[in-house]
Ligand binder design. Sequence first.
Ligand SMILES: Cc1cc2nc3c(=O)[nH]c(=O)nc-3n(C[C@H](O)[C@H](O)[C@H](O)COP(=O)(O)OP(=O)(O)OC[C@H]3O[C@@H](n4cnc5c(N)ncnc54)[C@H](O)[C@@H]3O)c2cc1C
Length: 805
Amino acid sequence: METHAQVVVIGGGVVGCSILYHLAKHGWSDVVLLERNELTSGSSWHAAGVIHTINSDPNIARLQGYTIKLYKELEDLTGQSCGIHRPGGIYLASTPERLDYLRQERAKARYMGLETDFISLEHARELNPLIDPTKYLGALFEPVDGHVDPSGVTHAYAKGARHYGAKVFRECPVIETRPRRDGGWDVVTPRGTLHAEIVVNAAGLWAREVGRLAGIDLPVQPMEHHYLITEAIPEIEAHGREVAVTVDYEGNAYTRQEHQGLLLGTYETNCVPWAVDGTPLDFGHELLQDDLSRVTERLETAFERMPAIGRAGIKKVVNGPFTFGPDGNPLIGPVPGLKNYWTAVGVMAGFCQGGGVGLCMAEWMIEGEPSVDVWGMDIARFGEFATRDWGRIKSAENYSRRFILTYPNETLPAGRRQKTTALYDRLAAKGAVMGVSHGLEHALWFAPSPAEAQETPTFRRSNAFPYVADEVRAVREAVGMIEIANYAKHQVKGPGAEAFLDRVLANRLPKVGRLTLTPMLTAKGKLYGDLTVARLDAETFWLFGSGAAQNMHRCWFERHLPQTGVIYNNTSDALHGLAIAGPLSRELLQRVTRGDVSPSGLRFRDIRHMVVGGVPAIVARVSFSGELGYEIYVAPQFQVALYEALSEAGADPALRVYGGRALMSMRLEKNWGVWTLDFRPDFTVAESGLDAYVAFDKPAEFIGREAALAERERGPSKRLVTLVVDTKDVDCVSDEPIFDGRECVGYVTSGGYGHTVGRSLAMGYVPTPLAADGTKLRVELLGEFYDAVVTAQPLYDPDGVRMRN
Ligand SMILES: Cc1cc2nc3c(=O)[nH]c(=O)nc-3n(C[C@H](O)[C@H](O)[C@H](O)COP(=O)(O)OP(=O)(O)OC[C@H]3O[C@@H](n4cnc5c(N)ncnc54)[C@H](O)[C@@H]3O)c2cc1C
């Protein structure tokens, strides 16, 4: 066996083999896959093999589309059959809410260029003669759906990888992974030790065990999953062509044809996590004991809706385990804090997603960034809070909700209060409805009392609407206070800090005591961060940004950190704090500090150490609300004291606590985008408009400068705009298509209601010629078309007078 490889992939399931294939295809042929047994010895061999593109994350949906197309290419290259069947897929709705969901999916498909569309229920019955159309309200048809042969696909990837020079070693279990001084890894097997420059954990059912060899606990959990195969069904025999793959959401069942019978799978709500304490090392090509009592209720519903199944005998029942992640999406990419260690684990739909995962992993390693934003799959979206126990709870929740609708305003109940601040109980007692960001609970909005602190899940405006309006009014007219513990805070210090930040950030660095906005770019000029950089002294900088993306940014900083001279720390949990905003916020702050907070004493974009409410704080004069405002950061142990001091001093004028929803409404009124929605690596700096914060003329050669300059020369092909949308009782959320006449020209990245300006607003990307002020467009929302007009200037305080006051 080899003694060195550029990359060692651990695990020969569909995911590991796809990664190996893509690495080799993209030019890294010194790559090796180690499989403990035979290929497909995990969950891959007993999969139902169903392939579909639908995913609530459009980029993952795109990658699923890529995976499906790849199978033919793989067959042509390797001669290995992938057993491709593409009879198309039908998605059935039997409630009005599910129909809304399907409308949304269809809308997304429009801008993704997919042919997904509604068909009549009669047409659906022609494609699947087993369904009883009277049970349903609508059917969406996806022509590319079908199924593949799991073993054939896995072997085709392996064969393709070998074709490009990669090597596969079977019967070669990895028993140790040891970090080396040179940044690589010693990968130990009974057949010898391999020096790997990069290790990839693609060990599927054993992802947790392999992770532990490197000292990490992965929050993934294998779940038991049943499907059954029926005897021949006369209606299928008589059909004359293959029956379409069918998903009946409310029936909680998916089906596909298997010979002249049907394969029917279900995601039981009383689900069973498997091998909670660890996957047995000797588990292989065996199945689990089936337990039809767990799925009986589901089967009865399926028999009602597809009566022919009920008449058919059951030929075989399969109960096999496969691994889920906490939110149902894979965990891929470099592991934060671990050098040259990557994962591709928790891939619960390996035959839909394996190709896309392999592609992104290869691009990311070889080119330094994937070609699409993989945030929805990035392992960095989880952090320390995502322990194995939490992972088990969330993965089980996700499994059981696979066919249950999650609304855009809904936060899921399992694994809550994993991470809280000292104010949690106080805010809850005030009626806070909590959301979660990077594991941390934070207030979304405040109901009049704790008893009313519940939000109706809906695609439309919820019961929160009037209360959020009140919170916005309080901030705009007087003063409001919001907890900001959930912002990311990165500390960079040392003699080399300035030079380091000058290279990773695109804007000029601020002077001591000042802060500035800055984009962070990839080498290809795409956005990788939208941060506020503050300088506390010559060698100490703080970077404030998206709390959700704190680990993603941590990875980026660590990757570019020089050997010496700079100390980087993700200090997000070491600094909590409160922000106050509104015309009376200066007066309030002055009541709780001896420091000079007059307009000239603490200017717009000043930052400094101060004592506030009797506790040490860092105060920054900025506010994402667009009002005069201050962010006051304190160590967590001072959070209660600060809160009490501000509350007491704010009793007159009436200080109102507010939540994230009001903040989002106010930033929309200012045309300000947010990270993970409007700003993300799918877009370049010029497209986003953040090029206004790029110092092209600064001496430092910052990352992405060349690409950003080239784009400035030729001009971006699309632009982020704000739209005023003419709706009455519904607002955009994200991913709604934008039309110019009948042509789909772009999509919404975020939306909501501007409570001060009294208009429904949305942000989204459209071709540059359509980005001019006043351009008339249309937006499709839940199947209806609404007029929308581009507003180049914010509807609220366009000159920014209020925040500079
Ligand atoms: C009943 C059932 C139905 C399913 N239906 C579908 C479907 O219709 N469509 C779909 O897309 N997906 C389906 N899936 C899910 C699909 O099977 C998984 O997403 C996929 O198999 C995951 O592949 P993987 O490569 O990540 O993991 P695995 O297939 O588990 O592969 C991991 C590999 O790593 C090896 N390994 C582990 N530890 C080591 C070590 N220490 N050293 C070396 N090698 C090691 C194992 O032997 C194994 O071969 C289904 C799963 C089940 C159980």
